[in-house]
Design a protein around this ligand. Structure first.
Ligand code: BDR
Ligand code: CA
Length: 309
């Protein structure tokens, strides 16, 4: 599978990049960055630092949108720390961003491959993807699939009572992507809130006899400080790695095809993923919306993969 990861690292974003690199089924063509958890200059540095951890200076990292399409930027430093990467001190990035804007990279790469060949994993606000779709409408028939960590149904919201962070930050971009007719798989809070980073799981990461395991343990320990307290669980949620996990092990997830639209007007519920789970409308089923995960098996699978790095 050839993939591009569009991302705003973020500790869990970095884990997603590393999981892709640990998986021989996946060819990571490039990483594109966006403003989200922290500003784009920082998410770009963080993406490069994550690749540096495993010596992958061959993977291009293209910086993208500095702010959402219409709304003012919103960050998540209360979860991820000022740098977006708090929990461990990593060396400065080994290189600057690859020349060329993220949106150009997405368009050029997708158009240079046969239709349907490329999957985009989007694990931050969808600004880059929306801009790419606006600039090159042919992407609608060329992108094979979008796998997104985005949205929520029964878990409703984590940044407002009604909205999940990635969708809330750029709801207009998310709605453009959802209206694109590209096959979309959504891994929402319904799934990610089941994937607790429990003390036992963090201990397993920490005990890995490689560099990456203990770094992941430190990252997740920081990220869970806020989230575990908020939800009162043993560990916080694990969000973004579910996208790559779904690509590798769709048999460990369950969902259904439904219609999803984004609220873009109401000040109270902006960014809400209005999900027609019960098929109340006859609107097209534009999303495979995942709601269940075999959590233990997915963690076992991740431990095996990360131990290869
Ligand atoms: C999403 O928000 C970010 O803070 C995480 O990296 C994840 O992509 C979860 O709502
Ligand atoms: Ca993210």
């Amino acid at each position: 599978m050839k993939i591009i990861i569009d991302t705003d690292p973020g500790q869990d974003d970095a884990m997603t990049i590393l999981l892709a690199l640990a998986s021989p089924e996946i060819e990571l063509l490039g990483v594109t960055t966006v403003a989200g958890n922290v500003p784009v200059a920082q998410t770009t540095e963080n993406a490069i630092k994550a690749l540096d951890l495993v010596g992958r200076s061959d993977i291009p990292v293209h910086a993208g949108a500095e702010r959402p399409l219409l709304r003012p930027p919103v960050n998540a430093t209360h979860v991820h720390g000022q740098t977006g990467f708090e929990g461990v001190d990593l060396p400065p990035p080994s290189r600057p961003a690859t020349p060329g804007h993220a949106v150009d990279f997405i368009i050029d790469t997708v158009m240079a491959h046969p239709a349907g060949e490329i999957t985009i994993c989007t694990i931050g606000p969808m600004t880059n993807l929306a801009l790419a779709l606006a600039r090159e409408p042919a992407l609608r028939t060329r992108i094979g699939r979008i796998v997104a960590m985005a949205g929520a149904f029964s878990e409703v919201g984590n940044i407002t009572p009604a909205a999940e962070f990635n969708v809330y930050v750029d709801p207009h971009a998310a709605q453009m992507v959802l209206a694109s007719d590209i096959p979309i798989v959504m891994l929402p809070l319904d799934v990610t809130h089941q994937m607790h980073t429990s003390a036992a799981r963090l201990a397993r990461f920490r005990a890995m006899p490689n560099r990456v395991g203990p770094v992941i343990a430190d990252w997740l320990t920081f990220e869970k400080k806020f989230e575990a307290t908020k939800y009162g669980t043993d560990g916080g949620p694990l969000h973004d790695p579910n996208t790559v996990l779904w690509l590798l092990r769709p048999d460990l997830y369950r969902g259904r095809g439904v219609n999803v639209r984004i609220e873009t007007d109401s000040p109270l519920t902006i960014g809400m993923t209005v999900t027609d789970w019960w098929q109340i409308t006859d609107l097209p089923r534009n999303v495979l919306f995942i709601r269940e995960a075999e959590v233990e098996a997915l963690y076992d699978f991740m431990f095996e993969r990360f131990s290869r790095l």
